[in-house]
Design a protein around this ligand. Sequence first.
Ligand code: OFO
Length: 176
Amino acid sequence: MISEKIAKALSEQINAEYYSAYLYQSMSACMERAALKGAANWLFIQAKEEMAHGINIYQYILDRGADPALSAIKAPPASFAGIKEIFEATVAHEAKVTGLLNALASLAMKENDHACYQFIMWYVNEQVEEESQASDILSRINMIGNDQGLLLSLDNELAARTYVNPFPNNSKLSGA
Ligand code: OFO
């Protein structure tokens, strides 16, 4: 059984993960409209991963004998100025989520819940990769500037991303 404090904090993290999914879906739609199908693909897969992150926490709360408290998900921005602004916002958003997860890990340690700490550390480590991938893409965009040819070649690379279920052992996510 997890403490009430931890159950509440984990439920808040579900909300943050689902909001991330909303945010990336909105960004993906914006890239579809701009005919940058590769960027749209990359962001949509990111959204799917964020949904999986949230569902995995949902399952964890249940596995630990508590109830996930699902709350309203804030609407994401409906439009973005362009690919540069989207990846700037992505880098900033991922840094914010890393802060939330670090706070959760600290809470788990404070509550002496080592199992929860281990659980959250998967997410903390995942953030290192997520921040780095988004920063790399942003650096490429900044180098490309106004060169449409180079932008299309980046877009082709982003089109190659495929979805991999991050939690193959979670029965709620198998086949997802
Ligand atoms: Fe859930 O991984 Fe990024 O935010």
